[in-house]
Unconditional design. Structure first.
Length: 419
């Protein structure tokens, strides 16, 4: 029998700590759910169809490991794993307990749904975006097929789905309608960024810089940004601002990597930080002229929230999610209009009127909070108890993209689908 109220899948975090990779946006969400639910949850670890539900005691030990330093993680996990896996069970009668999987882990597999049904578990999944389906040109075919499996299985088998924005919820609902799939209850609840400390004063003679925080992959559009910096270098010479790119190498970005490695014009002006601790990242964001996000597609965009809460202006692509979460503050541009990006960056370097507008609006900006996210999600989970299977309809704030959305009560933007 289950010892606690929830099951929490931490498989993604185990892999992240084992590999020592920099946390992505999805990883940060997984850590937030770990922090909120750890004392009420038992851990689920799985790998491609093999599941294990750990005891409460071993769950606590694993949760502690996941919150500790990566340097000692492997040794400590290897010491814990034999006893934890031996005492854990694959099948337990969970009597309708919620299973929270917010890391996309293995939900493309039919075996996960079969396991959940056998254990009488109520799956709750978070779908962070539909980018591999809506923008498959930026993804490898295997990734497209796997994500389609995630989305289809979540729609067909979940008791509820959490999305990170109304833009993501709209895309998910449109996909379900287009494919003729079941439409389970959905809640759209904004995420919160990392709590960076405000940086110290900028040295008077410091070289001005802009920052881009994202994995270096094709859909993030770094190539256009590097082309802009090449032109800036040709135009401004030694007065060219620095471009700080914080992110690990991703996929489908050969042209970008080629420019970074072989374009001499940008070598003195572009810096790549593949590993960056939070204190350092907060400094770079907080002292930047602006955060730059020229992506072709996003589901949410945590760096936008993190920059705004540090008082840093944002220049981003004109995407539905950025219109939604930006509260009318960021400057939004066409991601393929390199000349507009160049002229805007120059105006921000010179503290032009639009940067002054953002700085003025940022004085009253209130960032989303994890407390509000979880208040919304847990209230929604309580309402799901006893919900019958039927069609669901959207309620709450519009997500049609007609201007900035307004936060729901409590400061956290949320909308839900209900019977």
């Amino acid at each position: 029998m289950l010892e606690r109220e929830f099951l929490l899948d931490v498989s993604r975090l185990v892999w992240r700590s084992w590999s020592g990779r920099l946390s992505t946006g999805i990883d940060r969400v997984c850590y937030a759910y770990l922090s909120n639910f750890a004392h009420r949850a038992q851990a689920v670890v799985q790998h491609r169809g093999f599941q294990r539900i750990l005891t409460a005691r071993h769950s606590d030990q694993l949760f502690e490991l996941l919150c500790g330093p990566d340097e000692s993680f492997r040794a400590r996990l290897l010491a814990l794993a034999p006893a934890a896996l031996a005492a854990g069970k694959t099948h337990i009668d969970c009597r309708g307990a919620y299973y929270l999987n917010v890391g996309h882990t293995d939900i493309d597999l039919d075996r996960v749904a079969q396991w959940a049904a056998r254990c009488r578990i109520r799956p709750i999944y978070m779908i962070h975006d539909l980018i591999p389906l809506t923008h498959s040109e930026f993804c490898r075919p295997a990734a497209v097929a796997r994500h389609r499996g995630r989305v289809v299985n979540a729609l067909e088998t979940a008791d509820g789905i959490i999305t990170n924005s109304n833009a993501s919820a709209q895309e998910l609902d449109a996909f379900a309608l287009r494919e003729g799939l079941r439409r389970p209850p959905i809640i759209a609840a904004w995420l919160a960024g990392a709590q960076f400390r405000a940086p110290a004063a900028i040295p008077f003679k410091a070289v001005p810089h802009f920052i881009c925080v994202s994995t270096i992959e094709a859909r993030k559009n770094h190539f256009m940004l590097l082309q802009v910096w090449k032109r800036l270098a040709q135009r401004l010479g030694s007065a060219t601002p620095k471009l700080i790119i914080v992110g690990q190498r991703g996929v489908e970005a050969g042209h970008t990597h080629g420019m970074l490695e072989r374009c001499g014009a940008i070598q003195d002006h572009v810096t790549i930080l593949s590993h960056c601790e939070d204190d350092e990242l907060g400094h770079w964001i907080g002292t930047a002229r602006a955060l730059l996000l020229p992506s072709f597609a996003e589901g949410f965009g945590l760096p936008v929230i993190e920059a705004l809460q540090l008082g840093t202006p944002v220049i981003a692509s004109d995407l539905p999610c950025f219109r939604e979460i930006g509260a009318g503050i960021p400057t939004l541009l066409d991601p393929i209009d390199a000349m507009a990006w160049q002229s805007t960056i120059i105006s921000y370097l010179e503290n032009g009127p639009d940067r002054s507008r953002q700085l003025r609006l940022l004085q009253k900006y209130r960032a989303p909070r994890w407390a509000d996210h979880f208040d919304s999600v847990e209230t929604w989970l309580e309402a799901l108890n006893g919900t019958a299977e039927r069609e669901y309809r959207p309620i709450g704030p519009s997500y049609a993209g007609n201007g900035p959305a307004q936060p729901a009560a409590g400061g956290q933007h949320a909308a839900a689908w209900e019977t």
